[in-house]
Design a protein around this ligand. Structure first.
Ligand code: SAM
Length: 475
């Protein structure tokens, strides 16, 4: 393991250690005693190392697998309660100079309609998202320094934060940013723009496959891409979000490597990823799924979610609308804490005719096409609290402070009341009558469950304030 600022990814993504871990796990996948010991260890909510977590992932004992899923569910409930954070992606440009073979943005893809939103178009898109009820955005763009410069991205961030909805009280309160790996200097500038999490998917940690799937363009540099989070954290960005694109490589390899990446960041920066995203490869324009032999089936995918939840109890797990309603429901049950809703992956379309845009410039096909309102109603029916909360980030509960706060359990005193308050705002401003009724009922039940009397009284007072048109109230 490398305990200094790394410039060489292979110092912490050690291929031999990954292979050793896979061999060890495969040899012990039926070793009941060993697996039981790891499950026991995980019950203390301190997480697992990559080798232990992989053993659970490959375990093939039916009863033990049932225990693994039930432990993941318990950990999820203990740490996150029934809150589900919601966000929407905003794709602003699909110009790209990379040759990623799985992505329709690929420079060689001639039929993808290229588009970059003007600042006015961004404003319109953001207003449409705000008027749906969104408060959090994941800003997405391809990598093309001529057609989509960093200055353009910075302007877009300003535009997003400055846009208001029909009701001027409604704004986007947190922008997570998913743009290409860059320099420390640029990450510093990004930090100054007051972003939430900097997100970058590794796609695959397997160097050989990485180079096969990223043959050309700036992204083809494995080491530069893999050390991006080191640079982002070194630049002072508080929260980083990791992820792999499942389907490119053997899932066991990328599962293990992602945890090694987390161990590396923790060793050096005392902070692991704020979130882990687990996208699966999807069909897209000129992208033929049958060419990807490592595609992950639903059963394995759910096991991956459960084992991540057990391995990194305090890290948010994100799944997008790449997944359908059934997988999202199961995922939420065993570990997922954030989902996107009402999403479009096309450039523009939130403020225009959705179908027209989806056909022309979408990054991948979404499987969950429900509106945000439909998703909120569905979550309420399942007894989840849909949350648009952005309080931690705005109260500077970020980085190591956030981790300390969540590990000692203090965060729970705030998270549920904040989720309730953000839901109340949604119900007041955007919900249809049936959603409003269902949501109000859930809020009343949830307030009863708040143990701290002081926090309970304040929450009731804040709810009244929201009813009296005050907004953006949080602990
Ligand atoms: N600038 C970054 C880039 O170009 O990779 C981030 C933006 S990209 C729009 C976001 C993510 O979409 C990529 O990191 C990749 O994992 C994912 N993606 C690309 N092609 C995909 C596909 N066919 N199916 C599912 N996800 C895909």
């Amino acid at each position: 393991m490398c305990y200094e600022m790394c410039s060489n990814a292979e110092e912490f993504i050690n291929n031999e250690e990954i292979i050793r871990s896979i061999n060890f796990a495969t040899e012990n996948k039926s070793n009941e005693k060993l697996i039981s010991n790891v499950i026991e260890k995980a019950k203390n909510l301190k997480g697992l190392n990559h080798k232990e977590a992989l053993l659970l992932l490959v375990c093939n004992i039916k009863e033990k697998n049932a225990e693994i899923f039930s432990l993941a569910k318990k950990i999820k409930e203990t740490i996150y309660g029934n809150r589900v954070v919601l966000f929407a992606p905003l794709y602003i440009s699909n110009y790209c100079t990379n040759g990623c073979v799985y992505c329709p943005y690929c420079i060689n893809n001639k039929t993808t309609v290229r588009k970059k939103l003007t600042q006015k178009e961004i404003e319109n898109e953001v207003r449409a998202l705000i008027n749906m009820g969104h408060k959090r955005i994941a800003l997405e763009a391809g990598e093309d320094y001529e057609n989509c410069s960093l200055n353009y991205i910075f302007q877009a961030i300003d535009t997003i934060y400055n846009t208001t909805g029909t009701n001027a009280n409604n704004k986007i309160r947190r922008i997570n940013v998913n743009i290409a790996a860059t320099t420390i200097e640029n990450y510093k500038k990004l930090k100054e723009k007051n972003i939430g999490t900097y997100i970058l998917f590794q796609e695959t940690y397997n160097k050989e496959l990485y180079e096969k799937f990223h043959p050309t363009g700036p992204k083809s540099n494995y080491s530069y891409h893999t050390t991006a989070m080191d640079r982002a954290l070194k630049a002072g960005i508080d929260d980083v979000g990791c992820g792999v694109l499942f389907g490119l490589c053997d899932y066991k390899y990328d599962f293990t490597a992602l945890l090694m990446h987390k161990e590396h960041l923790e060793a050096i920066f005392k902070i692991g990823p704020h979130t882990i995203s687990i996208p699966r490869i999807k069909a897209a324009n000129e992208i033929d799924l049958t060419k990807f032999e490592n595609a992950v089936d639903d059963k394995t995918f759910l096991k991956i979610i459960a084992c991540f939840r057990i391995a990194v109890p305090y890290t948010g797990i994100i799944i997008s609308t790449r997944e359908n309603e059934i997988i999202r429901k199961e995922g939420l049950n065993i570990g997922v804490s954030q989902i996107s809703g009402g999403s479009l992956t096309s450039i523009g379309g939130y403020s225009k005719n959705r179908d027209e845009y989806i056909k022309s410039s979408a990054q991948f096909e979404t499987s969950d096409k429900r509106t945000l309102e439909e998703i909120i109603y569905w979550l309420l029916k399942l007894k989840y609290i849909p949350s648009f909360c952005t309080a931690c980030y705005r109260q500077q509960r970020v980085g190591t402070k956030f981790m300390d706060f969540s590990r000692n359990g203090e965060i729970k005193n705030f998270c549920t009341p904040n989720a309730i308050l953000s839901l109340k705002e949604y119900l007041q401003d955007f919900a249809t009558k049936p959603t409003k009724e269902l949501g109000q009922k859930l809020i009343e039940e949830e307030i009863k469950n708040i143990k701290n009397e002081l926090v309970k009284d304040e929450t009731i007072k804040y709810i009244k304030n929201i009813e009296n048109n005050k907004r953006d109230i949080f602990f």
